[in-house]
Design a protein around this ligand. Structure first.
Ligand SMILES: [Zn+2]
Length: 67
């Protein structure tokens, strides 16, 4: 899978899939925005993609390949 590199929290670059599926709202088809302030308890560094109208759409694990 290919990744884009983004600036993560604390200046650490994170990678996300280049596919747009993870950041498209399933309800309105709109573009979601990454919100690194949303964390999944016990899951470590993940980034949630949030639609401004419909809430969290997906959670990406940018360090998946490093485990
Ligand atoms: Zn939406």
């Amino acid at each position: 899978m290919e990744y884009d590199e983004l600036d993560g929290p604390e200046g650490v670059p994170v990678r996300v899939p280049t596919s747009d599926d993870y950041r498209t709202c399933s309800e309105c088809g709109g573009d979601c925005y990454p919100d690194p302030s949303i964390t999944v308890e016990g899951q470590g560094a993940r980034i949630a993609f949030v639609c401004s109208e419909h809430g969290v759409q997906s959670v990406v694990d940018p360090f998946e390949e490093q485990r």
